[in-house]
Each structure stands twice: as C-alpha cells, then as structure tokens.
Design a protein around this ligand. Structure first.
Ligand code: ZN
Length: 175
C-alpha cells in the first residue's frame, strides 16, 4: 500500500498520546498555509473553544480542527479514531469492522462507517474521482535513527491520509 509504509505501532502511539496531540496535529495540517475564516475570510483569529480550534476575531466563527476531516462528529474520541485509522491503513485487508468494533469498544456500524470514510479518503489520494471536491492531505511521521544526523533512507515512515471535504450547502454524510 502506497499510503502507509511500515512503522511500528509504538511510534505512532508515542506521537499521538493524548487527544490534544491529535487536535494540534490536525490544526497544523489544516492551517499550515495560514488561517482564513470560512465565513468572512478574515485572516485574524483568537483561540477557540476546543483545543486548537480557531475563532475568527472579526465575526466570531469558531472552527474546530475536525471540521471537514475524517474525524468530524465521530461518536468516539479522536485519540481512539487516530489509532483506528492506523489499524485500518496498516492492515492488509483494511481491518474488518467486526474486529475494529470489538477492539475499540464501539458498535459495528460506527466502525464500519469510519472505515468507509478512511477508505474513500485513501482512494481519493490515489486520484479516483469523487462526487465532491475533496482535498487530501497526507502526512508522514518519521522515526529518526539514533546516532545519525538528519534523515536517512533507513528512516521508517508512516504516511497517513486525511481528507478535507469541501461541500457547499450540504452537511455531509454524518455518522
Ligand atoms: Zn470570520
């Protein structure tokens, strides 16, 4: 699989230990080209309600880091969702929803829907056309080897994909 290469589970867990790690990570990914309010396009923001969310200083619109991502409005914690994403992307068969439900203590439909979202995002990153415009961001997590300077080819890296959907006048599929 092109998206995610071998990385050990522990490295992934260390990177995303708390919910805040996940939120701040998403914020970084989402606004790395700068902040612009979705409602009024102002570029000024203050801290929002949730960890790492941003509130427009002009109109007050508070945008959560999960808006428009795979992690929006999930019925389980974002830290759990990150772990689940790891399992789905690393498993050869995409981890079946029965196993996911049992392992993560969620119901099977919830697991199935999340898995579905992840797979759509993965496909769209491979240039399959989708109904809506989806901007896909991929991120890499490297594990630098001890005693080496900088990065080398032997670094294990994991690539994970997160989709940002742009829907006009639709509230999305929900789950
Ligand atoms: Zn605004």
């Amino acid at each position: 699989m092109r998206i995610l290469k071998d990385i050990d589970r522990q490295t992934f867990k260390d990177r995303f230990t708390t919910k805040e790690d996940c939120y701040f990570f998403l914020a970084e990914l989402k606004w790395h080209e700068g902040y612009s309010c979705k409602r009024c396009e102002s570029g000024m923001h203050i801290k929002g309600k949730q960890p790492a969310s941003r509130r427009c200083s002009k109109c007050g619109y508070d945008e959560s880091t999960t808006t428009g991502t795979l992690f929006h409005k999930l019925k389980f914690g974002i830290d759990k969702a990150f772990e689940m994403l790891y399992e789905i992307v690393t498993s050869k068969k995409g981890a079946n929803s029965i196993w996911l439900a049992e392992h993560f203590g969620v119901n099977q439909k919830t697991a199935w829907l999340f898995r579905q979202k992840v797979q759509i995002a993965m496909k769209s990153s491979e240039q399959f056309p989708l109904e809506d415009e989806v901007h896909v961001d991929e991120f890499e997590i490297g594990t630098p080897q001890k005693g080496e300077q900088g990065r080398s080819k032997s670094d294990k890296k994991v690539r994970v994909v997160i989709a940002f959907e742009h829907r006009k006048g639709k509230s999305g599929r929900g789950c």
